[in-house]
Design a protein around this ligand. Structure first.
Ligand code: NDP
Length: 535
């Protein structure tokens, strides 16, 4: 695992599977006529005009100018662990390389955390705990508030760094990840001195040292989800970011320094799965908070079972997005697109199983195809890119494996995109499958990519049965005009979050978490505070 980010110098992606005239990564519409057939703006040839088969609109006439992000972010050649308020190299000197998945170029060397490094981080968190937990709660709140403000002040830098390190479109880092990360610190700053009102009649006390292990899909946001409530409740932390996306967590450490967070209150150890396992197994840790795959979550649950550590697990999903025939179809299509192609589908609650009522299935898939064709896949740093790079070569191979399995099991693949994929970097054309049976692998397993399985149903009862027929239970979406149907479905769906006539909406005040193999415990809101206090 430690070498995952380093095996990356050769392009692994097969040749682009689609062809077309439009260049990827556009920007504002320029109004210039573009010769779509050869891709040269202002060509002497007349611009080809043709009617889109589905929409009847003129295609190939208008295109977008590139809109590259202009802010340059400084990235050091090498980063150490952040322990006891300062950066230090790995105890055994081990390093690994983090790369830009959009270009496959190395970005920086990071310290490879060993059991000794974890030991040092836990010792530092233990030392810091008495003073931090004894600090007047309003002072803790002030510090969290200051961190939130500093994240806002450095938002653009953080957004660019997140996109370079992880591959997500800059418009998502800029408009979703970073503002939400700041919001989590703001929200929890407010609770720090009001915990007695959250737990009336009780005396909330910190749990102690929290080991927090986060994934690569929302790196800074996941760090904020974990750290903000823990700190508000007076705990100290040892955080391990994912191997492929550690840079924004390390930048957050700089922000902690700037804001005057006492040394040792937050420690960040970079590394691989083994580093995470060392945190899980460390006897000095009082609580583990993990977000990641169900497979690793199960291992952690077993490791923690025989100890008195508290545990919360936010794991995988195969969430159902259900569209009834009385829904506003255009609105639902937007929700389907948002549900599965946001962040390249690297979203634990992605609406990856679409259930459409039979009578509107043909219309929905037709409209979906048209909308899919309009998504711009390419350079994540271009402000008009809708779908960026897949986070790693491993993840791309995994997704491509599922595309092959889906077809070999009899489903029909639709890749409507007409943007050619960039020649270097890890890219996947967003797509959906029709003709999917509930027993198909692509309908059961979490793909974690821009791949949607479309299925149909006839009655609300059948929709419920099919949606709940999954080992997962993280989220669901329901699209209907009828309020009573909405309430009935929300009550009966086995999912921690149910979005109604919308999808993928997040707020620090709203608890998030799963049922069944999607984990247990909640993050965000008042419910999220519970796992960071002893009562
Ligand atoms: P993992 O569950 O392996 O990784 C999540 C975090 O746990 C990372 O920081 C990882 O480190 C760490 N980790 C890995 N192994 C251990 C271990 N034994 N003990 C403690 N910590 C560990 O997810 P992957 O990154 O490998 O992704 C695999 C699949 O998981 C994806 O394809 C996707 O399906 C799913 N996934 C789901 C997520 C969700 O939010 N539900 C998030 C991420 C992935 P490192 O990164 O260094 O390996």
């Amino acid at each position: 695992m430690a070498t995952r980010s380093t095996r990356s110098t050769k392009p692994s992606r097969p040749a682009p599977r689609t062809s077309g005239g439009r260049e990827t990564g556009g920007g504002r519409a320029t109004g210039k006529i573009v010769a779509a057939a050869n891709g040269h703006a202002g060509s002497a040839k007349p611009a080809p005009k043709f009617k889109h088969a589905e929409t009847g609109t003129l295609e190939g006439v208008w295109d977008y100018a590139p809109a590259p992000e202009t802010v340059k972010v400084k990235i050091d050649a090498q980063y150490g662990h952040y322990i006891d308020g300062r950066f230090r190299p790995a105890s055994k000197g081990g390093t690994f390389v983090t790369i830009n998945p959009a270009t496959e170029q190395p970005l920086a060397k990071l310290a490879l955390g060993t059991a000794e490094d974890v030991d040092a981080a836990v010792a530092s968190a233990q030392r810091a705990l008495p003073a931090w937990s004894a600090l007047p709660a309003s002072e803790r709140g002030k510090l969290l508030f200051r961190i939130a403000r500093r994240i806002q002040e450095r938002a653009r830098e953080l957004a660019v760094l997140e996109t370079i390190d992880g591959g997500k479109p800059i418009k998502e880092s800029r408009d979703v990840d970073i503002p939400l990360a700041a919001q989590h610190f703001f929200y929890h700053a407010g609770w720090a001195d009001k915990l007695q009102y959250v737990f009336p009649g009780r005396t909330p006390r910190p749990v102690g040292v929290c080991g927090q292990i986060i994934p690569w899909n929302f790196p800074l946001l996941m760090a904020a989800w974990k750290l903000a409530p823990a700190l508000a409740c007076g705990n100290t932390c040892v955080l391990k970011p994912a191997e492929t996306t550690s840079l924004t967590a390390l930048r957050l450490a700089e922000i902690f320094d700037e804001c005057g967070l006492p040394p040792g209150v937050v420690n960040i150890v970079t590394g691989a799965g083994e580093t995470g396992a060392a945190i899980v197994n460390h006897p000095g840790i009082n609580k583990i908070a993990f977000t990641g795959s169900t497979e690793v979550g199960k291992k952690i649950a077993m490791a923690v079972a025989a100890t008195d550590k508290k545990l919360t697990l936010e794991l995988g999903g195969k969430s159902a997005n259900i569209v009834f025939d009385d829904a506003s179809i255009d609105q639902a299509v937007e929700g389907i697109i948002e549900g599965i192609y946001f962040n390249q589908g690297h979203v634990c609650c992605a609406g990856s199983r679409l259930f459409v009522q039979e009578g509107i299935a043909a219309e929905v898939t037709r409209k979906l195809k048209v909308r899919l064709a309009s998504l711009r896949v390419g350079d994540p740093l271009d402000k008009n890119t809708d779908v960026g790079a897949i986070n790693s070569r491993e993840q791309l191979s995994k997704i491509e494996g599922y595309l092959r399995i889906g077809q070999s099991e009899g489903a029909t693949l639709c890749q409507a995109g007409r943007s050619p994929l960039p020649k270097t970097g890890y890219y996947c054309q967003p797509c959906f499958f029709t003709g999917v049976q509930p027993s198909h692998t692509i309908a059961r397993e979490e793909i974690f990519g821009p791949v949607l399985a479309v299925m149909t149903f006839r009655t609300p009862e059948e929709a419920l049965l099919r949606a709940n027929n999954s080992p997962y239970g993280l989220a669901a979406g329901v699209w209907t005009d009828k309020g009573s149907k909405i309430l009935e479905m929300a009550r009966k769906l086995e999912a921690g979050v149910v979005w109604l006539n919308t999808y993928n909406k997040f707020d620090a005040a709203s608890p998030f978490g799963g049922f069944k193999e999607s984990g247990f415990g909640r993050e965000g809101g008042v419910a999220g505070l519970r796992s960071y206090v002893e009562l």
